[in-house]
Design a protein around this ligand. Structure first.
Ligand SMILES: Nc1nc2c([nH]c(=O)n2[C@H]2C[C@H](O)[C@@H](COP(=O)(O)OP(=O)(O)OP(=O)(O)O)O2)c(=O)[nH]1
Length: 160
């Protein structure tokens, strides 16, 4: 049986927003959004891998906060495990230095505005549950737009 290889994903949270990263490579993943991170190296703990990957990919200093429940299957032999994390005081602002071409800080209302990798969707749902106590999109648009309010009826006053 092939050993599973853990890919760590960071749910970096700041001011109630989640950092999402758009992949620039490989071609089959390019343009889709993910949690920044990468493969754990032999002998490395997942938490150390996460801090290392955030430094390499985004140029930030981060610390792990807590594990997000679950293990999310990727293409074999990889599985995704996720931790929430925060930038430490004095960290640089994240930049798309490696593997990504765009970053966004998403509020809970914007969480599903980006095209997450399919395999990340259950992980992102868990992050939302942990961070905001919600797992579904909270968006105004299932409600039809109401348009302008109708003019009130004109009451005709009887004369005479
Ligand atoms: N980092 C990350 N990788 C993900 C996520 N979802 C997902 O399917 N993957 C896949 C993409 C890649 O096939 C694999 C992780 O590869 P990577 O390119 O980020 O790993 P790495 O930084 O260690 O790169 P390398 O050493 O192999 O070049 O997992 C996710 O949310 N974050």
């Amino acid at each position: 049986m092939t050993e599973l290889i853990v890919v760590v994903g960071a749910a970096v949270l700041r001011d109630g927003r989640l950092l999402a990263a758009r992949r620039s490579a490989p071609v089959e993943l390019a343009g889709r959004w993910e949690l920044p991170g990468g493969k754990v190296e032999p002998g490395e703990s997942p938490e150390r891998a996460l801090v290392r990957e955030l430094r390499e990919e985004l140029g930030v200093e981060a610390e792990v906060v807590e594990a997000v429940p679950g293990e999310f299957p990727l293409r074999a032999p990889y599985v995704l495990r996720v931790w929430t994390a925060r930038l430490v005081d004095g960290s640089a602002e994240p930049l798309a230095l490696q593997d990504h071409d765009e970053l966004r800080w998403l509020s809970s209302d914007e969480l599903w505005d980006v095209d997450w990798l399919d395999q990340d969707v259950p992980a992102v749902r868990e992050v939302a549950r942990l961070a905001w106590g919600v797992s579904r999109p909270r968006r105004p648009y299932p409600f039809p737009s109401r348009g302008p309010a109708p003019e009130p009826p004109v009451l005709k006053r009887r004369t005479g």
